[in-house]
Design a protein around this ligand. Structure first.
Ligand code: HAM
Length: 423
């Protein structure tokens, strides 16, 4: 038997109703903040992620699905392509390719699959789904304002509240400007020099190439050493400090609660200044429901003009997981199971068509079923009512409507059916 590949999974009904519920709420909330949807390709040139996300990150160094595409001619080399592990790099590529700076401030969102070759576990998949948004544009359009950071965070708090997820914690940090970080990296290198030999292989390499990434280490034995390392907060320049304070002040003003976490550096290299994660208690080890931050230099790193930006991506799989308990009412079962007696498929279809126009969910049976089988099918579908369509009912233009929970059965004229069912 062929099964779904490890780390991938089928999303089946009724759970897919939860996914649709989440996505509908997302589109609704994001619209109120004037975000518009962007759809970028699921695979891109490998160089985009190497340059955008960073060679030394776990994502690029270990987790990408990369292949050499077939060459167009025997003399050519195949292009190196990669399934997108995240979508910020793709959005910024599109920003540059389509000169979106002409539009001023771009507020874009996306919903779609991402791919990382991580070790699968609860809440961690190799194909997973992100709901993300990016605010990007020339500084003259206001893209570099702390008001943008705070707005994005407030929007996320609003979305989670709207979904009934109240048990979230917003962790906030500033990873500074590239200049702040250069100093921090120097200090880290120095601090790591005498101790890195006792650390894992990855950290020994990171200590030399990209010391900040040591903070991504999950190896338990390394944690006591990491605890002793300097923190980015000590290296923030005056501007970074002021900026970070301005973001916090707005959040306080609008009543979005947060906590500061000076160990939060995020697993991608493009971040500058504001970095954040929302965690959720019920999720276990993979408790980051979403993450994001500012990436003021990314456009330039990808060959574009200066274009400060900030964004986030929600792990939709995790969002749905944290929603499951509260989402009972989301799954809509049929209002009516229409059961045609022998030869009545056409009449039943006509009636179903009429009722569906009243926004009722109708499951239509088959006139090859005996009445007992129709009742069984109606119960299995979870329908509220069963509606019998026989020759005598059609002649009388009134139909037997039975409430499957109470057993009550009444005859209802065609014109009153929808009202009766809705009532
Ligand atoms: P990220 O932190 O790598 O950021 O991913 C964002 C979220 O995607 C995580 O918090 C998590 O909920 C979810 N996620 C990541 N990997 C997996 C996985 N293997 N299985 C299930 N869920 C996962 C980014 O991707 C950035 N592009 C976010 C961003 C946008 N920053 C600025 N703009």
């Amino acid at each position: 038997m062929i099964k779904a590949v490890r780390g991938t999974r089928d999303l089946l009904p009724p759970e897919t109703a939860l996914w649709n519920f989440v996505e509908a709420a997302v589109r609704d909330v994001f619209r109120a903040y004037n975000f518009q949807e962007i759809r970028t390709p699921i695979f891109e040139e490998t160089a985009l992620f190497a340059r955008g996300v960073g060679e030394e990150t776990d994502i690029v160094a270990k987790e990408m699905y990369t292949w050499e595409d077939r060459a167009r001619a025997a003399s050519e080399k195949g292009q190196s392509l990669t399934l997108r592990p995240e979508n910020t790099a793709g959005v910024v590529r599109a920003y540059i390719e389509h000169k979106l700076w002409d539009r001023g401030l771009n507020k874009l969102y996306y919903i779609g699959p991402q791919f990382r070759r991580e070790r699968p576990q609860k809440g961690r998949y190799r194909q997973f789904y992100q709901i993300g948004a990016e605010v990007i544009g020339p500084a003259s359009a206001g893209s570099e304002s702390p008001a943008r950071d705070a707005e994005v965070l407030e929007m996320l708090a609003t979305l989670l509240d709207r979904l009934g997820i109240t048990d979230w914690n917003l962790e906030l940090n500033s990873v500074g400007t590239p200049a702040d970080r250069a100093q921090f990296n120097d200090a880290l290198r120095k601090a790591l020099e005498p101790v890195s030999a006792q650390m894992c292989d990855d950290c020994q390499r990171r200590a030399v190439t990209n010391p900040l990434r040591v903070f991504d280490c999950k190896v338990p034995e390394d944690q006591p050493i990491i605890e002793t390392l300097p923190r980015i907060t000590q290296f923030l320049g005056e501007d970074s400090r002021k900026y970070f304070q301005a973001v916090q002040d707005i959040l306080t003003k609008v009543g979005v609660r947060f906590s500061l976490n000076d160990r939060l550096v995020r697993g991608l290299d493009y971040y500058t200044r504001t970095a954040f994660e929302f965690t959720h208690g019920a999720l276990g080890a993979q408790n980051a429901i979403l993450g994001g931050g500012r990436y003021d230099g990314l456009s330039e790193a990808l060959g574009g003009p200066a274009a400060p930006g900030i964004g986030f991506a929600i792990g939709e799989d995790r969002l749905v997981m944290s929603l499951k308990e509260t989402a009972e009412g989301v799954i809509r079962k049929p209002d009516v199971y229409v059961a045609p007696m022998a030869g009545m498929n056409g009449e039943a279809a006509r009636l179903a068509r009429e009722l569906r126009r009243h926004d009722l969910v109708i499951e239509l049976g088959d006139d090859g079923f005996r009445l007992k089988k129709s009742f069984e099918a109606a119960t299995k579908a979870g329908a509220k009512y069963i509606l019998i369509v026989g020759e005598s009912e059609v002649k009388a233009d009134a139909f037997a409507l039975k409430n499957l929970a109470t057993g009550e059965q009444i005859s209802v004229p065609r014109a009153e059916l929808a009202g009766k069912i809705q009532g």
